[in-house]
Design a protein around this ligand. Structure first.
Ligand code: RP5
Length: 167
């Protein structure tokens, strides 16, 4: 059987520069993903259809990013039992606080794992999706661990450079 993939949904093409971060991280970690522009408000029927289709094709985790009255992640969660990660996007005058509250304040029983607003959140959505899939994939777990170790080594190298510059 092929490995599960991650579906990355966004409400508008204007969300793509932020949501690209999730795809980039999954690429680094060797996790297959696909991206889809579909809106909870503008194309609700197509969104529902895409979720069923993605599940049938082996989607293991959904990531959904939207701005303003951001209901996309919640709408996805309403239609699937797969884990859903929500990315609030800072596309309006409230700098994403509107999207954060719209995404995170889900009623009990329909959870959305909500990450930070904007680009950092999108990247963390990628990491979190990979960690979820790594529960059933020991090779992926090794890649996630190795990427963290690399990040730790980078911080230590930065500190060594700082200490050297102050001698
Ligand atoms: C939301 O409205 C989208 O997710 C986007 O963040 C925001 C603005 O969309 P556009 O007007 O740029 O298409 O639904």
């Amino acid at each position: 059987m092929s490995r599960p993939f991650v579906a990355i949904l966004m409400g508008s093409e204007s969300d793509l520069p932020v949501m690209q971060g999730a795809s980039d991280v999954l690429g680094i970690l060797g996790v297959q993903c696909e991206m889809k522009i579909t809106s909870a408000h503008r194309t609700p029927a197509a969104t529902q259809q895409y979720i069923s289709d993605a599940e049938a094709r082996g989607c293991g985790v959904f990531i959904a990013g939207a701005g303003l009255a951001a209901h996309l992640a919640g709408a996805v969660a309403a239609h699937t039992l797969k884990p859903v990660i929500g990315v609030p996007i800072d596309s309006g005058p409230m700098q994403g606080m509107d999207s954060l509250l719209s995404t995170v304040q889900m009623p009990a029983g329909i959870p959305v794992a909500t990450v930070a607003i904007g680009k950092t959140g999108a990247r963390n959505a990628g990491y979190l999706a990979a960690q979820i899939l790594a529960l059933q994939d020991s090779d992926l777990a090794k890649r996630v661990r190795s990427e963290r170790e690399q990040k730790a080594a980078n911080v230590q190298a930065q500190d060594r450079a700082l200490q050297d510059s102050r001698k």
